[in-house]
Design a protein around this ligand. Structure first.
Ligand SMILES: C[S@@+](CC[C@H](N)C(=O)[O-])C[C@H]1O[C@@H](n2cnc3c(N)ncnc32)[C@H](O)[C@@H]1O
Length: 242
């Protein structure tokens, strides 16, 4: 089946732009401030796949000097409306050419790699991420765990897509974001941990830490499976020596 980026769509951008950090998303971002303060010392940050700018504003609020980049003009329009003083760039045909080598202390990607279809594309983008990172600086890659596509969650539903259970690496999986008013399913690409590791190796990146955050019962959300199954995976990576 042909894959297309669900976020190059004005209605989706409108709905997504209203999202902050509800329910299952809270869990994705909850531990990032501590992870970043432990692993990153400088302030110059890129938010790869910034969408409507939620994750870029998150970095800026942590004190980073942030630039958000995305391939969706629709999402960037929303990002700029929310944050007129922010720096948001469209990644066009020339990709990352506008960014010099070794300029960023931190590159964050929050959920963008779930929407990047092939191994070749993933490796190509991660090689660019490696090129733009200063030596000893970090790439933080926040992605969906395969399990997110098999269960129900505070902010997502997959019960209408039992075929997700049979998906292999690189296959399309479907998920509905119940935290927005756009209930059309989103197509993502399933990419298990063992396959991320080979992509990292080919791109010259080395994982330092992998975290699978679980929710706590005392948190103010109606958790469904989040206290026992991790919906997200967070990798902290460094440039490997080539
Ligand atoms: C699920 S959204 C997440 C947006 C944002 N990081 C957040 O947390 O709210 C994923 C974003 O990745 C972007 N994306 C997908 N493929 C991309 C690519 N090849 N280059 C840059 N951005 C991409 C999409 O356009 C979309 O805006």
């Amino acid at each position: 089946m042909e894959f297309s980026n669900a976020y190059e769509d004005a209605r989706r951008a409108e709905a997504y732009a209203k999202l902050e950090f509800p329910g299952t998303y809270y869990l994705a971002f909850r531990d990032l401030p501590e992870i970043i303060s432990q692993h990153v010392s400088g302030k110059k940050a890129m938010d790869f796949g910034c969408g409507a700018g939620r994750s870029t504003r998150f970095l800026t609020e942590l004190g980073c000097d942030s630039v958000g980049v995305d391939i969706s003009a629709e999402m960037l329009l929303k990002a700029r409306q929310f944050d007129p003083n922010g720096d948001y760039r469209l990644l066009g045909e020339s990709g990352f050419d506008q960014f010099r080598d070794q300029v960023f202390d931190l590159i964050l990607s929050a959920f963008a790699f779930d929407n990047i279809p092939t191994r070749e594309k993933k490796v190509g983008i991660m090689k660019e991420i490696r090129r733009m990172l200063k030596p000893e600086c970090r790439f933080v890659n926040l992605v969906c765990s395969p399990e997110i596509y098999y269960h129900e969650w505070a902010s997502f539903s997959t019960k209408d897509f039992p075929e997700n259970q049979n998906a292999k690496c690189g296959d399309i999986v479907k998920i509905i974001n119940t935290a927005t008013d756009d209930r059309r399913p989103v197509d993502d690409i399933l990419w298990p941990d063992e396959d991320y590791r080979t992509v990292y190796q080919d791109a010259g990146l080395a994982p330092l830490v992998m975290l699978k955050p679980l929710a706590r019962k005392d948190e103010p959300y109606h958790w469904v499976n989040e206290t026992r199954i991790a919906p997200w995976v967070i990798y902290v990576l460094r440039r490997a020596t080539l």
